[in-house]
Design a protein around this ligand. Sequence first.
Ligand code: SF4
Ligand code: MG
Length: 313
Amino acid sequence: VDGIKKTFPIDSGLLSSKKSVKAVNHVSFEIKEGETFSLVGESGCGKSTTGRLVTRLLMPDEGKIWINGEEISKMKETKLREVRKQVQMVFQDPYASLNPRMKIRDVVAEPLLIHTKLSAQERDRIVAEMLEVVGLSSYHAEKFAHEFSGGQRQRIGIARALILKPKLIVADEPVSALDVSIQSQILNLLKDLQEEFHLTYLFISHDLSVVEHISDKIGVMYLGSLVESGPKETIFANPRHPYTKALLSSVPIPDPRAKRERIILQGDVPSPVNPPLGCLFHTRCPFAMDICKTTPPALREAADRDHFVACHL
Ligand code: SF4
Ligand code: MG
């Protein structure tokens, strides 16, 4: 992903309004095959929009996206159909993303119906197999979505996403709607499936503790921009950006003797309609200097390998 931008117009009800939100502003990253790259940040930071751009549910205004060496940023719908087989999404709310009036068999088989010419029998066989793969049973195929618990529904959502044997899964807050006890089951399932099917993940979450176990690399977003990115170990052990440090300081540490100073950020995330000048984070940064109010810091490589930070410090 190279320098993608996406701006949405705002309908303020006034005809003369030309206001817009820079939802994603010059975001770049690379995910290697079989890796998990997690985008983390508060709601409204542009991580979901980035996910939708990568799956080309949205078209970027600027910048380029390649999947397997093929540029998809401006690809036409007819050609995109082929790409869509390889790129699937798992959504946050398994309740909302499953049609309650459809049998699970039909929910999971739908992508096969759209993208293949398999017979009904063959589809049923593949669905039964896939339900077993995600930890359900083939007899569940006859039931309806409302008959399942939240965790089971997310398993169904994952089965549907995997049915075409995709290469890349964009998972947008896949465990945020689930009880904490169920979250780890689904995260473990995603990790097992990654090994089994050699999947690549773009994982989106507002919660660093959720992505700790699953990520190879992490990107931290704030107001539409990447402010820090690097290998998971580096981000957790040696975060450089004050925003990343603040996010990390609220992640619980299992060892009760270990201490991490809690950084409480002042104020709210500024409106993306009127983002601050200079460093986007300066209105909340405990270390803000004069230059931060006027000059946006570029994303630059830090001392550690593959570690990028946008901060004047
Ligand atoms: Fe804080 Fe300045 Fe760094 Fe922005 S550039 S994060 S305001 S120190
Ligand atoms: Mg979102």
